[in-house]
Design a binder for this molecule. Structure first.
Ligand SMILES: Nc1ncnc2c1ncn2[C@@H]1O[C@H](COP(=O)(O)OP(=O)(O)OP(=O)(O)O)[C@@H](O)[C@H]1O
Ligand SMILES: [Mg+2]
Length: 223
């Protein structure tokens, strides 16, 4: 089993969006995934709630996806270790703050990926984030760019590549209006496209392919 946290002390950089869509890609690759929402905003947990009310609502909940289960950090810490053994991947969606609890979760996960948007001040911010991850004795899996807009961001991307070198992952997640649409519909992006019968050859699928390739990068790392 591998435990992976998604963290950045910056808000709105697609941590939750990435956890949701990575969970989808990882289950599609045949693995059992547990998503742990560690943010009191509870976006990720609410997203995966099924329409049907569930009886034992105090522990791990099933979702509309057979191989994805969902819980919150508060519930997770009460779950006996024996109930976690069936999961291949546990994904932790963190809030954009470095509290003692967040440090504890990072230490618990031991492995962290950092989504970031491109911006003038981001590189120094990322250096602080990676130092903090190291302070918690956790490993940085990699930093990945989200909401990339080709026309605005190409030059900044070059600066990021130069400054972050091998810490920067290959995959770039593009900006796409369909992310919000899919979230409104309560579906991971690919499930939303399938539901809406969006043709596979359309440019909308770029973001789905990007999350698939991000998942492949993550899955290729052995525990
Ligand atoms: N690739 C994308 N293209 C366009 N919009 C996106 C993309 N990824 C995320 N968003 C939008 O950006 C907003 C922030 O995303 P999200 O909530 O995933 O970020 P977060 O890092 O989890 O935020 P917080 O720090 O508040 O937890 C959301 O409205 C989401 O729909
Ligand atoms: Mg979030």
């Amino acid at each position: 089993m591998r435990k992976i946290a998604l963290y950045n002390n910056k808000g709105g950089v697609a941590k939750t969006t990435s956890v949701i869509n990575l969970a989808y890609c990882i289950q599609k690759a045949g693995f059992k995934v547990l998503v742990v929402d560690c943010d009191s905003q509870s976006n990720c947990f609410d997203f995966f709630l099924t329409e049907e009310p569930i009886e034992n609502a105090d522990s791990i909940l099933p979702t509309d996806f057979e191989k994805i289960s969902s819980t919150t950090w508060t519930r997770y810490i009460e779950v006996p270790e024996s109930e976690l053994t069936g999961y291949d991947y546990i994904l932790f969606d963190l809030p954009p703050v470095m509290t003692e609890e967040v440090k504890q979760i990072i230490r618990h996960a031991g492995f962290v990926y950092v989504p970031t948007m491109l911006g003038e001040f981001e590189i120094s911010g990322l250096q602080k984030v990676t130092l903090e991850i190291a302070h918690q004795n956790a490993q940085l899996g990699g930093i990945f760019v989200t909401m990339f807009q080709k026309q605005n961001d190409e030059e900044l991307l070059q600066q990021f590549r130069a400054a972050l070198a091998s810490q920067l992952m290959q995959t770039i997640i593009p900006y796409s209006r369909t992310v919000r649409e899919s979230q409104k519909a309560g579906l991971p992006i690919e499930a939303y496209f399938i539901d809406r019968k969006v043709p596979h050859n359309g440019s909308s699928w770029k973001i789905v392919n990007a999350y698939e390739s991000l998942a492949a990068e993550i899955l290729s790392v052995s525990a």
